[in-house]
Design a binder for this molecule. Structure first.
Ligand code: EPZ
Length: 417
């Protein structure tokens, strides 16, 4: 069982590039099933969730290769419509294959994706929406069999919550449905726009992505394409948290600063000096941060739930008190126990957490229990006095590409043993 060993209180300095977006690459890899030709995906991050998707694509009959950031998927050979439980379990977000399989073959069979560490992760919005597109979904004791007996047709779908995954599943499934689909209260995340760009480059007709109402005009057939994945805004927010936790000064290259609006304003409230230079973000942090009054997670463009954990870690040693409100997931404070072991003063009550900044965190042996929680423990370890060891790297490796190499390159003492 490998773990990270971190010797804290080294100011991060220097510059680095941000990885491609995990949450953009995953739906695009699923959508690659639609075109029945070759998709070349550039700037694809090397993550266990990406290899999980590649394994599902290969199981379904696609030819997939991946080398230095470029993944090539030829879905010509698609020959199955079922995804086994073993592959579903490997990656929580594999529900995204449902819309793609239905859109390409008119059939799909898979088990309910397990809940994950941060909550039950229901898929009711996905299933309801796909039924409105003409899918017939039978739940057979945890396995659902979907068919489209009369084909897929456009529909006016109103989401009760702007679910990212449900929006993506509908967009993918509706591309080759008969007629027009309108999604109201759609998710506005940048990853939705990136998926729309990929689908349109395959010949689909998707408009309004990012504006809350997405319109998809069904087309007969899609073709192959090449596409470059947008930068990972959460990986960027995580590196900025690591920097601020050490009073460091770094330059992040290959970002899209406009994707980080709500995050950068929190860093500024903490006393960081943020300078946008084209696709780079230069941030200079004070020796000790001032705690922001409130951090409430919201659908985009609000403060992203995925950045809550690393930001909480960075302000555990700030001056003042912060109220956190986690509006998106039910159980997203799993990192608090590790932070408390490091001397943080945080109280959790349901979706609310109150953090009272302490003078200095101290190193400890801690264990991650989810992806962004792992990032939080690393963030805290970098700013803490002494040595921190972080276990549970299987979670970290789902979403961060060699983060210990990146942090070491910025002067952090981080080793994987
Ligand atoms: C995506 O998850 C991301 N994952 C998550 O990132 C991210 O936190 C989340 O969007 C919100 O931004 C990927 O893109 C692979 P949702 P998703 O559907 O699509 C409830 C990370 O750390 N809901 O917007 O699953 C759900 O329970 C991951 O990179 C239903 O009730 O998020 C949650 O409370 C974690 N019914 C809320 O909506 C449904 O059918 C938001 O979920 C679907 C969702």
């Amino acid at each position: 069982m490998s773990r990270l060993v971190i010797d804290g209180m080294k100011r991060l300095r220097g510059e680095t590039c941000v990885q491609g977006s995990k949450n953009s690459a995953l739906p695009i890899l699923a959508a690659a099933l639609l075109c029945g030709e070759e998709s070349i995906i550039h700037n694809c991050p090397d993550l266990s969730d990406v290899s999980g998707s590649a394994n599902i694509l290969r199981y379904l009959g696609c030819n997939v290769s991946f080398s230095n950031g470029t993944l090539v998927c030829d879905s010509r050979g698609l020959c199955r419509t079922d995804i086994p439980n073993s592959l579903m379990r490997e990656m929580r977000s594999s529900i995204i294959f449902l819309g793609a399989l239905l859109g390409r073959t008119g059939a799909a069979q898979m088990s309910f994706p397990g809940g994950c560490e941060i909550g039950p992760r229901p898929i009711d919005l996905h299933l309801k929406a796909l039924s409105e597109l003409g899918a017939d979904i039978k739940d057979e004791h945890g396995v659902f069999r979907c068919t489209a007996p009369n084909g897929l047709h456009g529909a006016n779908i109103s989401l009760s919550f702007p679910s990212v995954g449900a929006t993506e599943n509908i967009m993918i499934c509706a591309c080759t449905a008969e007629g027009t689909t309108v999604i109201t209260n759609a998710a506005r995340e940048p990853e939705i726009c990136d998926l729309a760009d990929y689908l349109n480059s395959c010949g689909a007709s998707v408009s309004g992505a990012g504006e809350g109402t997405v319109i998809i005009e069904g087309v007969q057939k899609l073709h192959g394409t090449s596409h470059s994945v947008i930068p990972d805004r959460i990986a960027a927010a995580t590196l900025l948290s690591c920097c601020a936790s050490t009073g460091g000064r770094i330059r992040l290259n290959r970002t899209i600063p406009s994707h980080l609006g709500a995050v950068l304003s929190i860093f500024e409230e903490c006393g960081c000096d943020v300078d946008i230079q084209g696709s780079s973000i230069v941030m200079d942090s004070p020796h000790r941060l001032s705690a922001p009054k409130i951090v409430r997670t919201m659908p985009y463009p609000g403060f992203p739930t995925d950045a809550q954990a690393p930001v909480m870690a960075m302000i555990a040693g700030a001056r003042g008190t912060t109220l956190f409100v986690e509006n998106i997931f039910e159980n997203r404070y799993l990192h608090v126990s590790g932070l408390l072991r490091m001397g943080a003063n945080i109280k959790v009550e349901g979706r609310v957490a109150v953090s009272q900044g302490v003078e200095l965190l101290h190193g400890a042996e801690v264990e991650a229990m989810d992806l962004r929680g792992a990032a939080a423990l690393i963030t805290a370890g970098l700013g803490a006095e002494g040595r921190t060891t972080v276990e549970g790297l299987k979670y970290l490796d789902r979403g961060y590409e060699n983060i210990e190499v990146t942090l070491s390159g910025l002067g952090g003492e981080v080793r994987r043993v």
